[in-house]
Design a protein around this ligand. Structure first.
Ligand SMILES: Cc1cc2nc3c(=O)[nH]c(=O)nc-3n(C[C@H](O)[C@H](O)[C@H](O)COP(=O)(O)OP(=O)(O)OC[C@H]3O[C@@H](n4cnc5c(N)ncnc54)[C@H](O)[C@@H]3O)c2cc1C
Length: 392
């Protein structure tokens, strides 16, 4: 491989956090594509939002904060069309934002590893674009294990960038979390994580168990009512209902402080909903009122076609038929590609304060811990760009 392209900064991820950092780097007069390069694995703009299910609307979970500088384009999520799928609106707004500020995001580029090469951080990535047939033949791709033409070849990474600084803004969507329960592997129905949920119609006339105590689980219960033949909601913890209609992420200082404390001490990040509680929008309050949104304690085990409470804990013994279990059990930060940097602590997390790694001052984690909301991610931009500019 020829010597790597050299830049000051590589930003991995073009979601709310990465775009926000890029916006401030531009404000500091750095040039996109020359001083800093953005890489994103996804085929188009939108960050994680482009992958969310089509019935999700802006505001059906929480408020989506504007990106810094979005007002320059005359755009705001507060006035966006709520009849359209959130994934379309966000992808459209982010796309226009990228274009307006000339961010020149390179995609679909999948970062496979980042290594410490002394003065440089070396970013290795694959181009996931479908390859022209002739090129595939020349590389001898045919006849090897491939699922479809679109699927990238699992070969060694083919591109390298050498950078002075790294901003990792890879979010969590690519790292779904499903807890282990006895019998999971014997289940004959479908295990579906939030990240796989596409359409309530996929569950028509099925018996569905929804697991989780956050807004995604609640959203699925509301969507599946009247569609599924049987619907059961279970949660590991009792639901912490708030007497408010909307979650004020900006004002959720206790939850942010819990995340910040965990990030600063290098512990695994706790679930956000455990710190914020769940607001009762009118739709949710009505669901509680009619007895739909009443969570049972978590089941103890799973059999081929049912979930089972053994009756030796808080919940009485019982069982419920299940054709599908929807695991709305959250995500973990997507940091696999950073493993060669050995940032992970024994306590399970990465030590991060003000968006900066405490182990390597050249590395920043935007959107991590206390920044893991659209408002936190937007704030991360200024904070991180300033720190980089002070060192450049
Ligand atoms: C179901 C759900 C609903 C939510 N609703 C709200 C809400 O209403 N309001 C709110 O404030 N927050 C909400 N959040 C949280 C919110 O999505 C995030 O805080 C914010 O959008 C995340 O932005 P981000 O830039 O950190 O990550 P993302 O939007 O996930 O962007 C990360 C980007 O990194 C790219 N990437 C990842 N790994 C690699 C790699 N190895 N190589 C190259 N690229 C990579 C991905 O393709 C992606 O584009 C929700 C989260 C979930 C899961």
């Amino acid at each position: 491989m020829s010597s790597p392209e050299r830049v000051k900064i590589v930003v991995i991820g073009a979601g709310q956090a990465g775009l926000s950092v890029a916006y401030y780097l531009r404000r500091f007069e750095l040039v996109a594509g020359e001083d800093f390069v953005m890489l994103d694995r996804a085929p188009g703009p939108g960050g994680a939002w482009q992958h969310r299910w089509s019935s999700l609307r802006l505001g059906s979970a929480h408020r989506v904060n504007d990106l810094p500088g979005m007002a320059d384009l005359g755009l705001s999520f507060d006035t966006a069309d709520r009849s359209l799928p959130a994934r379309e609106v966000v992808a459209d707004y982010y796309g226009r934002f990228e274009q307006h500020f000339g961010l020149d995001v390179r995609r679909p580029m999948d970062v496979r590893s980042v290594t410490n090469e002394g003065a440089d951080l070396l970013v290795r990535y694959d181009d996931l674009s479908p390859q022209p047939i002739e090129e595939q033949q020349a590389r001898g791709f045919f006849g090897r294990r491939r699922k479809s033409f679109q699927e990238p070849e699992p070969t060694a990474p083919r591109h390298e960038l050498a950078a002075q600084f790294l901003v990792n803004a890879t979010g969590t969507w690519g790292s779904p979390f499903v807890p282990y329960y006895p019998g999971m592997a014997d289940f004959q129905g479908r295990h579906v994580h939030t990240s796989d949920f596409a359409d309530a119609e996929d569950f028509r006339d099925k018996h569905v168990v929804v697991v989780g105590g956050g807004t995604s689980a609640i959203g699925f219960m509301l969507e599946l009512e009247g569609v599924a033949a049987g619907l059961t909601w279970v949660s590991r913890r009792p639901i912490d209902w708030l007497d408010r209609q909307e979650l004020d992420l900006e004002g959720a200082s206790a939850a942010v402080a819990i995340q910040d404390e965990a990030a600063r001490s290098g512990r695994a990040l706790p679930s956000i909903v455990s710190g914020t509680g769940v607001p009762k929008s009118r739709r949710i309050a009505a669901g509680i009122e009619r007895g739909l949104l009443v969570a049972r304690p978590m089941f103890d085990r799973i059999a081929a076609d049912r979930v089972i409470w053994d009756g030796d804990g808080d919940a009485p013994a019982g069982e419920v038929r299940a054709d599908a279990i929807i695991w709305a059990t959250g995500f973990r930060p997507e940091l696999r590609h950073l493993s060669p940097l050995r940032l992970r602590e024994k306590a399970g997390g990465v030590t991060v304060g003000q968006g900066a790694s405490w182990n390597d001052p050249r590395i920043f984690l935007a959107g991590y811990g206390p920044q893991a909301s659209t408002i936190g991610a937007s704030r991360a931009g200024r904070m991180i760009a300033r720190q980089i500019m002070a060192m450049i």
